[in-house]
Write a protein that binds this ligand. Structure first.
Ligand SMILES: *[C@@H]1O[C@H](CO)[C@@H](O)[C@H](O)[C@H]1NC(C)=O
Ligand SMILES: *[C@@H]1O[C@H](CO)[C@@H](O)[C@H](O)[C@H]1NC(C)=O
Ligand SMILES: *[C@@H]1O[C@H](CO)[C@@H](O)[C@H](O)[C@H]1NC(C)=O
Ligand SMILES: *[C@@H]1O[C@H](CO)[C@@H](O)[C@H](O)[C@H]1NC(C)=O
Ligand SMILES: *[C@@H]1O[C@H](CO)[C@@H](O)[C@H](O)[C@H]1NC(C)=O
Ligand SMILES: *[C@@H]1O[C@H](CO)[C@@H](O)[C@H](O)[C@H]1NC(C)=O
Ligand SMILES: *[C@@H]1O[C@H](CO)[C@@H](O)[C@H](O)[C@H]1NC(C)=O
Length: 806
């Protein structure tokens, strides 16, 4: 612990070094804590404590500061998430990073944690643009962190991050970070350049299950490397740091110092992710370095396949080199760009002559995003922003003035000249402008029409207006004290008849300024307003009742879109700094739950389960010879995998009362949770009509049989242990908890050591931590249900305890 004195010193230091002018700090970062009210005060920042975060005041001039609900901010949560900035007004609101270098690459990361800051308990959906280009849609889930990331080239000396209201709730943001990357990174050809950027999909550190996250300072770009492992993978690590031979992707040494490999040369090392759009192109970067001390006679070599394509043959992860296509290369990474599918299975498969299984240190997957939107001419942008600043224009102007057209600023129109948008029409009529017409109007050199009527402008029309060589219409009427004398250039054009100039006060015809409103109109409007007010009050009164019935927010728990099984695979998941895996829908979105990690750091995997074909299953079970039981789902057969592991293959029967839904529920839940007291799912099959789940084999069968029929009765001690282990499986296994809904002796299985494991998650559903109860239809086996639950239909953690009456 630091004593008070050194804390003070640190604080003083950190204020000294942070980029208080909104410029890159000496580490190359700009870190912004959104919604922090005091300008330029350094927040203690992230849990890592390594960063200074600035208040966002100097980066944006719209939006309001909000605090998240205390019910959604557990103890120990980083300060960064306690405040958000939210944007009730305007379609587009943008943060601006200034003083950047044109042509340099930047890694931009946003953080979104809804935290019920608006008490609506309904997280909004909105879009994020980087400048004029679409980046990602934030589809927040209550109590879930979301960290989108993009690597892009700056086409101007600033970059803007814009939140776009798409009509599905008020956009908000928790924090924002920008990091300048070396120009050698993510090289121009073929990856990041001014026409395309990279949107983060997944970034995994393999073989490091003891360490959930590697980030700054170990990665000096603060890329987040989440530990991932499949329970069939083995791990190897080295304590000697690995020099960086790879300036392109600059992996931190810690990432290279650990690796995962499969248990045999027969087993491929596989990673999956999904895409909503088959035309999306991905960039996959694999870091492959031999860190195991392998003997002279051993030899590791594998092919790298993705779906039907072989990208690299006979890769040999030499300690200091990699062999690709028979050539020695000094770099220890490979990169490839698959496209054309909605689901990707990357598979590292040992070659026939390899004596060692495939090995992988880490993987990064990005998707290419178009950066083809061309922003408005820089001169126009500078001028219009100066005009906005000078007159404090309150039209909600934010982001690029012209692009995208749907979000162009109100009061102006643009035309594209040789591919670059220019401002051609500017209407600041009755916009409250005061003082002189500043010279920046003269910098809008493509202007065709300028209307500043109905303001309080004064003074001369300066010669700078002569720069407006395309001007055809100028209206300064309704400004009492403005000169009506044009500068010489414009005067000539007026005489030519190429310019229409309106200047006389009398010509100003709009009603908005100083026009008397008839008394009758006031009365009518007043009456209408009163009526509307009354209706509004009644409505508000009625609507206020709703939240009570809305404690369970379906979106928080339920996947929409494709089947849960496919959803559950893919790199759509990440841990928060201290969290478990959760689910997300779109490739490139990283959700993580707020809850603390449970028990083991290993597992909780969504992509490790093996997919079997019907023929595989037939082979494994020796043509379904050994039927070892029948459940609600169908028959269960004993099988043996290639490596000798005994498995139970649960085939779905067509006559089964449990259907596809339960099948998927089970698959999804078991891929989400791994616990020593839950039966492990090793794989599944969805081959045509054949649906099957492959489990570890529990030799001693069900507890029910053990209690009722089989030979030796269980001792009291054994019974107690079985009960405890079952309870652990139910209560400790996962966070947020799962409600099993059908716990009975039938569904408790025992292995050779009489260790108990819970099976049959076909009826379970995820339990929303944040709510106090869940209302669902009553399901399960009568006689095993909690009577309270049976009567009330209200499932809570309390009767969930009762439900597990072993
Ligand atoms: C939103 O607009 C309303 C009326 O236009 C204004 O009163 C309010 O201050 C604005 N709020 C923000 C956050 O800009
Ligand atoms: C690495 O160092 C740690 C502690 O210093 C030690 O426990 C571990 O065994 C070492 N690992 C290897 C592979 O040398
Ligand atoms: C690649 O490098 C290894 C180790 O230095 C060497 O034995 C081998 O001959 C090289 N292969 C080729 C094709 O250059
Ligand atoms: C990217 O831009 C190209 C050319 O402008 C266009 O054909 C393509 O559809 C765009 N892709 C996406 C995903 O928007
Ligand atoms: C500018 O906008 C006002 C209304 O906001 C409109 O009456 C006027 O015609 C516009 N001027 C031009 C040149 O279009
Ligand atoms: C605006 O125009 C003036 C000439 O009137 C020029 O000197 C100045 O550099 C321009 N400003 C910008 C920001 O382009
Ligand atoms: C115009 O100028 C006169 C004299 O300087 C001043 O009294 C008046 O307030 C000005 N009007 C406006 C609208 O600024």
């Amino acid at each position: 612990m630091l004593d008070g004195c050194s804390c003070l010193v640190l604080l003083v230091l950190s204020i000294g070094i942070a980029g208080v002018n909104g410029q890159l700090d000496f580490l190359g970062f700009i870190n912004i804590d959104c919604g922090l009210p005091i300008p330029s005060i350094v927040d203690n920042g992230d849990t890592s404590g390594n960063f200074q975060f600035l208040s966002d005041e100097q980066f944006i001039d719209t939006g309001i500061n909000k605090q998240i609900s205390s019910l959604h901010s557990p103890e120990g949560m980083s300060n960064l998430y306690l405040t958000v900035r939210s944007f009730p007004n305007g379609t587009r609101n943008c943060y601006t990073f200034r003083s950047l270098t044109v042509g340099n690459k930047y890694l931009v990361k946003g953080a979104f944690f809804y935290g019920n800051y608006d008490n609506l308990n309904l997280a909004p959906i909105f879009d994020i643009y980087l400048g004029v280009n679409y980046w990602v849609t934030v589809n927040s889930i209550v109590d879930t962190f979301y960290f989108p990331e993009i690597i892009a080239t700056a086409t101007a000396d600033y970059l803007q991050v814009c939140l776009i209201n798409t009509g599905k709730g008020t956009p908000y943001i928790s924090w924002l970070q920008l990091k300048e990357l070396e120009t050698s990174m993510y090289p121009n050809n073929p990856t990041v350049d001014s026409s395309q950027s990279l949107v983060h999909v997944l970034r995994f550190n393999l073989g490091a299950s003891y360490r959930p996250l590697v980030r700054y300072p170990d990665d000096h770009h603060d890329r987040w490397w989440w530990s991932q492992t499949a329970h069939t993978w083995l791990e190897v690590s080295t304590n000697s740091s690995v020099g960086n031979p790879d300036p392109e992707y600059d992996p931190p040494s810690f990432i290279i110092q650990t690796a995962a490999f499969t248990s045999s040369t027969k087993e491929a090392l596989q990673i999956r992710w999904t895409s909503n759009d088959p035309s999306t192109k991905f960039l996959v970067v694999l870091h492959i370095v031999e860190i195991e001390d392998i003997s002279k006679i051993d030899f590791r070599e594998f092919d790298i396949n993705c779906n039907r394509d072989t990208w690299f043959e006979s890769v040999n992860p030499g300690r200091h080199f990699t062999q690709i296509n028979g050539k020695n290369v000094t770099a220890n990474w490979v990169a490839f760009q698959p496209t054309g599918y909605t689901s990707y299975l990357m598979s590292l498969e040992a070659t026939a002559r390899s004596t060692l299984p495939p090995l992988l240190n880490s993987i990064e997957v990005y998707k290419f995003a178009n950066a083809t939107g061309v922003p408005t001419d820089v001169g126009d942008v500078t001028a219009i922003n100066a005009i906005k600043e000078n007159y404090k224009v309150t039209k909600g102007w934010s982001g690029d003035p012209c692009i995208p057209i749907d979000y162009a600023w109100t009061g102006l129109r643009c035309t594209i000249y040789s591919n670059v948008p220019r401002i051609t029409h500017l209407n600041l009529s009755s916009a409250g402008l005061t003082g002189e017409l500043i010279s920046f109007f003269g910098n809008l050199t493509a202007l065709v029409s300028l209307d500043v009527s109905g303001n309080d402008l004064s003074g001369a029309l300066g010669t700078y207006l002569d720069q407006l060589v395309a001007l055809k219409y100028l209206d300064v009427t309704g400004n009492e004290n403005i000169s009506s004398t044009l500068p010489p250039g414009l005067q000539k054009r007026q005489q030519d008849g190429t310019l229409t100039f309106k200047s006389k006060i009398g010509e100003f015809t709009q009603q908005s300024k100083k026009k008397k409103v008839p008394v009758v109109l006031i009365a009518v409007v007043g009456a209408v307003v009163l009526l509307l007010l009354a209706v509004a009050i009644i409505l508000v009164f009625c609507l206020r009742k709703r939240p009570d019935n809305q404690i369970y927010t379906p979106r928080a728990n339920e996947n929409t879109g494709s089947s849960p099984l496919t959803n559950n695979y893919g790199g759509n998941y990440a841990y928060s700094p201290a969290a478990n895996i959760s689910h997300g829908n779109n490739a490139g979105q990283n959700y993580a739950n707020i809850s603390k990690p449970s028990g083991s750091g290993k597992g909780m995997l969504n992509f490790d389960n093996r997919q079997f074909t019907y023929n595989d299953l037939k082979q494994i079970t020796n043509s379904f010879q050994n039927n070892i039981g029948t459940g609600g789902f169908g028959s269960v057969y004993l099988g043996v995998l290639e490596n000798g592991t005994q498995v139970a293959v649960k085939m779905h029967s067509h006559s089964s009362s449990q259907g596809v839904k339960e099948f998927l529920a089970e698959a999804q839940n078991l891929t989400r949770v791994h616990h020593k007291n839950l039966v492990s799912l090793l794989g599944y099959s969805m081959d045509g009509d054949c649906m099957a789940l492959v489990y570890e084999y529990m030799q001693e069968g069900t507890l029910q049989d053990k209690l009722r029929v089989n030979g030796r009765p269980l001792s009291w001690k054994e019974r107690l242990r079985v009960a405890c282990e079952s309870a652990q499986g139910l209560h400790k296994a996962c966070n947020p908890p799962l409600i099993h809904r059908d716990v009975k002796t039938d569904n408790i299985l025992l292995n050779t050591n009489l260790k108990a494991k819970i099976a049959d998650f076909g009826l379970s559903r995820a339990f929303n931590n944040a709510s106090s109860h869940v209302s669902t239809a009553v399901v399960g086996t009568p006689g095993y249900l909690d009577p309270e639950y049976y009567q009330s239909y209200q499932l809570s953690e309390k009767n969930w305890l009762h439900t597990s009456n072993v």
